[in-house]
Unconditional design. Structure first.
Lengths: 108, 326, 396
C-alpha cells in the first residue's frame, strides 16, 4: 500500500543491528585536519595511545609487536600525540599525505 | 529485590598492556574529536565485556553516538529518557531476574549499566537514580561528568563548577562570575543514604586502568553500585581537543576532582596529591573560566580547599601509603 | 478450576494479570487503582505468583520500568489513575514507538485541580494520541476479560502495541460484581507465553534500541504505527472470537447494542454508566419511548465503520461524555467529534448531540437519563439539535 524510499526506511520499532568491530555508517576519518604520525623506533609500547583514544584508533597488531593506526576513523584530536610517553608520536598536516582527507561521495 | 544470580568475577587488569583487546564501543560515532565522555564510555564498555546491556539516557552519549540509525555499541543498548535511566535499568534487571528464574532465558545475569550524564544522574535523573540504589537492583550506574548539559549546547547543570561560562550562566555586568551556584557533590547523594549500596567510586579518564578496574569491581559487587567519572569536554569547557586527558589530570592535581572509593563504609583515595596545585592553574586552561576575576578565583580556591577535606577526613588507612592533607 | 467469585474491578484485574503469568509488575500507589497492586503484592509475597514486584518511585518511573522490562523480554503490568496517568505521559510514545506490548491498567479519575478521587475518563483519554490500544470495561467481569484479551492482542506479532485497559474508578474498580474465572488451562490456551522476537535486549543477540533518526525519516517512523493501527481491527476480531470460544463469552468486538432493534433515539457511551443507562431505557420503554443503548468497547482503534452502521438506524443519538476537551469542536467532550466523523460519509445521518454527565465521579441519575431522552426526542421531532453539548443536571 505504501512506497517507502529505501534511503528513508526505518527498521521495525527503530531497532537497528548492533555494529561488529566498527560502525561504517559513521566514518569519521574525513574529519581530521592533522593526523598523528608514529616513529616506530621511538615507541616503547607504553599503550598510552591505545588507552586514551576515544575512537579506538590505535590498536596492538596481531603479533603484539607494534601499534597500528586506523586511518578510516581517526578524527585527528591528537590526544595520543599529547600523551605519548616517548615523543614517538607527532602531528602532521593531513593534506601533506597522498591519502590525506578521506574523501567520500557522501559525507555520512 | 530478589536473589541476585550473578556469579561472574571480572579480574582486575594489572597494566595497560593487558587491557582486553576487544572493543565493545567501536570506532564510528559522531562525538566531538577528543570527547572525554566517549573515551570513558569506551573504557567502561571494554572493562565490562560482551555480557552487558547499556541504558542510554538522552545526552551526548546518546545523541552524538546514535545519529543516525546507527550506534557504536557492539553490546545491546536501549535509549531511555533523560529522566529515567535508573528506572529503565531497573526494569531490564528485573526482567532478567525473572526470566532466568523461570528458565525462559539461559545465561549469566548480564551486566546492566546506565550511562548517564551529570544531568541525567544528579538533576532530572536523580529520582530514578536514587530509587534504583534504594531498591537494590544489580545494576551499575555510571555518571559521566562533563559538567554541563552539553548536548543541548552547554547549559549549566548541578555539577557545573562555580564561575563557569555556560549559555544559561553567561558572565555579564549584573553577574560577572557567570555561574553563582556551587556544584552538588554527586557521590555523596548516594553514599550512606542507600542501605543496599556497598560500593561507590570516582574515576577519571586521566587514569584508565583505575577506571576500568573500578568498573570491574563495581560489576563484581552484587547489588547497585555507582561510578562518578570525570570526562572533560573540549567543546563545553573550551580547550584544545588534544588536551582532554591532560586537563583531567590537572583537575586531580588541583583538587577540582578527587579520585576515591567508598566500600562498605570505608574511604580509600587514589592519586591524592601530596601538595595540591592552586586552582588557578586549572582555571586558566579553559576559556569557560576566562572571565573570572581574583575574587571569584579566591572563592573557588576556598571551595576546593573545603571539598578536598571531605568526604570523610582522610584517615590513616593502611593502604597504600596514605598522604596527610598538608 | 473454573469458578465464580465476587470481585471488585481492581481485584478482577489482579486475578487476570496473575493468570496471565506476568513477569514484571511495577507499582505506585494512587487512588483508585491501588487496590489492584495490593492484591498482586499479596499474590507475589504468598508465592502464588512468580513475578518481580518492583516498587516504582512514581508513575513516570512505573512506565519507564516496564519499558525496560518489556524490551528485555518480559510480560509486564503497571497501572495508575488521574494525575498519575498524566505524570507518566513522557513514556507513552517511546513505548508504543518501540513496539513494546506493555499493559497499563487505568482506573480513571478526575484530574487535578482540585483533588477529586471520583471517576472521569479525561485522564486516559488525554493519552489517546500516543499510539496505544485503549478501551473501557463496564463491569469487573469485563475488566477481567479485557486484561487477558489485551495481552493477546498487544503481543500478537502482527500488532506489537501497548494497551491502556481502562475501568471507571470506584464504580467498577471498587464495587464488587460477579466474575467468572476460567481454568488456568483455558487461560494458557488463549494466551501463550510472551515471545518477544529479535528486538529484545539480549547479549546473545545484540541490537541498538532507539537511535536517532533524520527528520526525513520521521514520517516513516510514524507510518509504522499508522500501518499497525490499520492492520489492528482484524486481529482484534480474531482474538475476541477466540476468547468467546474458549471462555464461553459472547462479546462483540466493537459495539454492544441494547434494545436498539426499533429504537428511535439512542445513548452512546463507554464504561460503567451503561448499567444505569439500561435501567433508564427499560423505564423509558415502559413509558412508550423507543430508546436504546450503544456501548463502545475500544476507543482506540476507533471502529468508525461499526459505529456508523450501528448509529445510522436512529433518528437522534446522545453521546454521553464522561471526559472534557476544552475548546474542542463539540464544545464538550472527546467522543462526539469522533462519532460525527464516523457518520460524515453516510447519505443519511442521525441527529447527534452530547451530554456532559458523570463527570468528577458523580453518578448519572435515572432522572438525568430521562431528561436527556426528552432532549433527544425533541430534537428528533424538530429535525435538528439545539446545540452540540448539554451539561446534564446543570441546565434546564
Amino acid at each position: 500500500m505504501f512506497e517507502i524510499p529505501k534511503d528513508r526506511a526505518v527498521p521495525f520499532g527503530c531497532v537497528t543491528a548492533a555494529p561488529v568491530g566498527e560502525q561504517p555508517m559513521m566514518i569519521t576519518g574525513n574529519w581530521r585536519e592533522y593526523r598523528p604520525v608514529l616513529d616506530q623506533e621511538k615507541c616503547n609500547l607504553c599503550m598510552n595511545c591505545v588507552a586514551f583514544c576515544p575512537d579506538a584508533c590505535w590498536q596492538l597488531d596481531g603479533a603484539e609487536e607494534e601499534v597500528v593506526w586506523n586511518a578510516k576513523y581517526c578524527k585527528g584530536c591528537l590526544i595520543c600525540v599529547n600523551e605519548c610517553s616517548t615523543d614517538a608520536l607527532s602531528k602532521a598536516y593531513e593534506l601533506d599525505f597522498p591519502d590525506g582527507v578521506v574523501r567520500l561521495e557522501k559525507p555520512f | 529485590m530478589s536473589v541476585p544470580v550473578k556469579t561472574q568475577n571480572l579480574p582486575p587488569i594489572k597494566k595497560l598492556r593487558n587491557i582486553p583487546k576487544e572493543e565493545q564501543y567501536v570506532p564510528g560515532h559522531r562525538t566531538c574529536a577528543g570527547c572525554g565522555p566517549a573515551l570513558q564510555y569506551r573504557l567502561v564498555a571494554k572493562a565490562a565485556g560482551p555480557n552487558t546491556i547499556f541504558l542510554g539516557p538522552t545526552g551526548c552519549m546518546y545523541v552524538a553516538n546514535a545519529s543516525y540509525l546507527c550506534t557504536p555499541y557492539q553490546v545491546p543498548w536501549i535509549h531511555t529518557q533523560i529522566t529515567n535511566g535508573g528506572a529503565v535499568a531497573a526494569g531490564v534487571e528485573a526482567a532478567y531476574q525473572v526470566r532466568i528464574r523461570k528458565g525462559t532465558w539461559k545465561g549469566e545475569l548480564p551486566n546492566v549499566i546506565v550511562m548517564a550524564g551529570d544531568g541525567g544522574s544528579s538533576d532530572i535523573g536523580l529520582q530514578a537514580m536514587s530509587a534504583l540504589m534504594y531498591r537494590g537492583h544489580d545494576v551499575l550506574f555510571v555518571c559521566y561528568d562533563n559538567e554541563s548539559y552539553a548536548n543541548t549546547g552547554i547549559q549549566t547543570s548541578p555539577t557545573t563548577p562555580y564561575g563557569s561560562n555556560t549559555t544559561f550562566t553567561p558572565p555579564g555586568k549584573a553577574v560577572p562570575e557567570g555561574k553563582k551556584l556551587f556544584p552538588k557533590d554527586v557521590p555523596q547523594l548516594v553514599i550512606g543514604a542507600h542501605p543496599a549500596v556497598k560500593y561507590v567510586a570516582t574515576a577519571s579518564v586521566a587514569y584508565p586502568l583505575d577506571l576500568m578496574n573500578k568498573v570491574r569491581k563495581a560489576l563484581n559487587h552484587k547489588g547497585p553500585t555507582f561510578l562518578h567519572i570525570h570526562a572533560p569536554c573540549p567543546k563545553g569547557w573550551k580547550f584544545d581537543e588534544s588536551k582532554t586527558v591532560e586537563i583531567a589530570r590537572l583537575a586531580i592535581e588541583t583538587g577540582m576532582w578527587s579520585v576515591y572509593e567508598w566500600e562498605d563504609g570505608e574511604y580509600r583515595y587514589q592519586y591524592k596529591p601530596k601538595q595540591y596545585k592552586p586552582v588557578r592553574e586549572y582555571l586558566r586552561t579553559q576559556k569557560r573560566f576566562a572571565h573570572l576575576q581574583e575574587e571569584h578565583i579566591a572563592k573557588m580556591q576556598a571551595f576546593v580547599d573545603a571539598r578536598v577535606k571531605s568526604p570523610g577526613v582522610p584517615v590513616n588507612v593502611p593502604l597504600p601509603g596514605p598522604r596527610e592533607q598538608p | 478450576m473454573a469458578k465464580e467469585l465476587l470481585l471488585s474491578g481492581c481485584a478482577a484485574a489482579a486475578q487476570a494479570v496473575k493468570m496471565a503469568r506476568v513477569d514484571v509488575i511495577c507499582s505506585y500507589p494512587i487512588r483508585p487503582y491501588t487496590a489492584a497492586m495490593m492484591e498482586l503484592a499479596k499474590m507475589v509475597n504468598n508465592g502464588e505468583l512468580d513475578a518481580e514486584f518492583v516498587h516504582g518511585e512514581g508513575e513516570h518511573a512505573q512506565l519507564a520500568v516496564v519499558y525496560g522490562a518489556s524490551a528485555a523480554g518480559a510480560r509486564v503490568f503497571t497501572g495508575s489513575s488521574g494525575v498519575g496517568v498524566t505524570y507518566a505521559f513522557e513514556n507513552y510514545s517511546p513505548i508504543s514507538g518501540g513496539r513494546l506490548p506493555v499493559q497499563m491498567m487505568i482506573a480513571d479519575r478526575a484530574l487535578d485541580p482540585p483533588g477529586d478521587f471520583g471517576s472521569e475518563h479525561t485522564d486516559a483519554m488525554s493519552a489517546r494520541d500516543q499510539g496505544w490500544i485503549m478501551g473501557w470495561a463496564e463491569t469487573p467481569q469485563e475488566a477481567f476479560d479485557n486484561h487477558l484479551i489485551n495481552y493477546r492482542i498487544g503481543e500478537d506479532r502482527r500488532v506489537m502495541l501497548p494497551q491502556f485497559v481502562c475501568q471507571d474508578g470506584y464504580f467498577v474498580s471498587h464495587i464488587p460484581g460477579k466474575v467468572k474465572i476460567p481454568d488456568q488451562a483455558q487461560v494458557d490456551e488463549f494466551l501463550p507465553p510472551y515471545a518477544p522476537g529479535t528486538h529484545v535486549l539480549d547479549p546473545q543477540q545484540p541490537c541498538s534500541h532507539g537511535p536517532q533518526i533524520r527528520p526525513d525519516q520521521g514520517a516513516i517512523m510514524d507510518l509504522q504505527r499508522g500501518e499497525a493501527f490499520l492492520n489492528l481491527p482484524p486481529v482484534i476480531e480474531e482474538v475476541i472470537d477466540g476468547y468467546n470460544r474458549i471462555m464461553g463469552r459472547s462479546y462483540s468486538p466493537w459495539v454492544e447494542e441494547f434494545m436498539t432493534g426499533d429504537a428511535e433515539i439512542a445513548f452512546f457511551l463507554q464504561g460503567a454508566h451503561a448499567a444505569t443507562a439500561r435501567h433508564a431505557i427499560r423505564h423509558l420503554r415502559d413509558q412508550g419511548v423507543k430508546a436504546g443503548l450503544v456501548k463502545l468497547r475500544f476507543v482506540r482503534p476507533w471502529p468508525a465503520r461499526q459505529v456508523a452502521e450501528s448509529l445510522s438506524k436512529f433518528k437522534a443519538v446522545g453521546v454521553i461524555e464522561t471526559s472534557t476537551s476544552y475548546g474542542g469542536s463539540m464544545r464538550g467532550g472527546n467522543l462526539l467529534a469522533e462519532v460525527r466523523a464516523s457518520l460524515y460519509d453516510l447519505p443519511e445521518r442521525p441527529l447527534t448531540t452530547s451530554f456532559m454527565a458523570g463527570l468528577g465521579g458523580d453518578v448519572i441519575p435515572l432522572q438525568e437519563f430521562y431528561w436527556m431522552a426528552q432532549k433527544l426526542a425533541d430534537a428528533a421531532k424538530a429535525g435538528r439539535v439545539e446545540k452540540t453539548v448539554y451539561w446534564a443536571g446543570l441546565e434546564h
